[in-house]
Write a protein that binds this ligand. Structure first.
Ligand code: 4FV
Length: 248
C-alpha cells in the first residue's frame, strides 16, 4: 500500500513513522509513505498557503490551489485508481477499527492534513472522498490524526504484524475489548499470573480469554456488546460473570 500525506509540516512525520513495526513495514516494501508539502505548489513569490477567511472571523484558512495541486501530483504518481482521498477534521466520520480495516483495502490512501482554522471548503466538496475524525476535540493540525490513521491502517496490512493472526486478537477486532495479557515472571511483587494460563489446556485458556474479554467489555464499553453477534457460549459466560458479580 502507498500512503500519501499532504502536510505543511513533513518533518513532523519522520519520528512517529520511522520506528519499529511501521519502519519494518516500509523497509520490507509492504508500505510506502510519502509526505507532500502544499507549499511546494504555491507559485507566488511568498509561496502563500493560507489567507484570511471570507466573511471575516479569527484565524487563517488554507488556500485551495496549493492543496489541489499537491493532491493532483500524488494522484498522477500512482497508476491504480484504487485510491481513497481522506480529510482529517473534527466534523468527519468517527475513525474506528472497521474504518481502519476498510481503508487498508485501498492501494493508495491520500491523507490531507488541515492546519489553522481548516481548509477552504471547496477542497472538501470537490476533491475529498471522505472526512474522518479521530475524536471530538480540536487539534492544531491534521498531522497527528494522519499518523494515527497511518498506524492503525498499516497494522491491518497482511504481513505487517508478522504472524498474520497478530491483528485477529486485537481489541475491537472481534468487536470486544482484548483479554488481559501476562508474561514471565510467574510471580512479581507477590502478584501471580492466573493459573489457567500456565495449564497448557488451550480449550480452557480460550474459554477464559473469551470470558475476560466479555467481562472487561461489559464493565468498560457495554455499548460494544450491542454491535456484535454473541454466541450461546457468550451468553452463558455473561451469565456466569453477572452471577459471580452478584456474589453467586
Ligand atoms: C481533527 C480531529 C482536528 C481542526 C482544525 C486541524 C484540526 C485544524 N482532525 N480529527 N479531531 N483537526 O482537530 O481529525 O485544521
Amino acid at each position: 500500500m502507498r500512503i500519501d500525506i499532504i502536510s505543511l509540516f513533513p518533518e513532523m512525520f519522520t519520528g512517529p513513522l520511522g520506528h519499529s513495526i511501521l519502519k519494518r513495514a516500509q523497509d520490507s516494501g509492504l508500505l510506502a509513505v510519502h509526505v507532500t508539502n502544499p507549499r511546494d505548489f504555491a507559485y507566488d513569490k511568498h509561496r502563500i498557503v493560507d489567507d484570511y477567511p471570507f466573511g471575516g472571523g479569527s484565524g487563517m484558512v488554507m488556500k485551495p490551489e496549493p492543496i489541489f495541486r499537491a493532491v493532483e501530483n500524488v494522484v498522477n504518481a500512482v497508476a491504480s485508481a484504487n485510491r481513497r482521498i481522506v480529510l482529517m477534521c473534527p466534523g468527519g466520520q468517527p475513525f474506528d477499527q472497521a474504518k481502519a480495516r476498510e481503508l487498508a483495502g485501498y492501494e493508495q490512501l491520500i491523507l490531507v492534513c488541515g492546519h489553522y482554522e481548516g481548509i477552504d471548503d471547496r477542497i472538501q466538496q470537490y476533491v475529498i472522498d471522505e472526512a474522518v475524525s479521530i475524536g471530538d476535540y480540536v487539534l492544531t493540525g491534521g498531522e497527528l490524526p494522519a499518523m494515527v490513521i497511518t498506524d492503525a491502517v498499516a497494522r491491518m496490512l497482511p504481513g505487517v504484524l508478522g504472524a498474520d493472526d497478530g491483528a485477529q486478537h486485537d481489541s475491537f477486532y472481534n468487536g470486544l475489548l482484548e483479554y488481559p495479557q501476562y508474561t514471565r515472571p510467574r510471580e512479581f511483587n507477590g502478584w501471580e499470573v492466573p493459573e489457567i494460563l500456565l495449564s497448557g489446556d488451550h480449550a480452557k485458556i480460550e474459554r477464559w480469554r473469551r470470558k475476560e474479554s466479555l467481562r472487561i467489555t461489559l464493565a468498560r464499553r457495554p455499548d460494544l456488546l450491542d454491535n456484535i453477534e454473541l454466541t450461546p457460549q457468550d451468553h452463558k459466560l455473561l451469565q456466569e460473570i453477572k452471577s459471580e458479580q452478584a456474589g453467586g
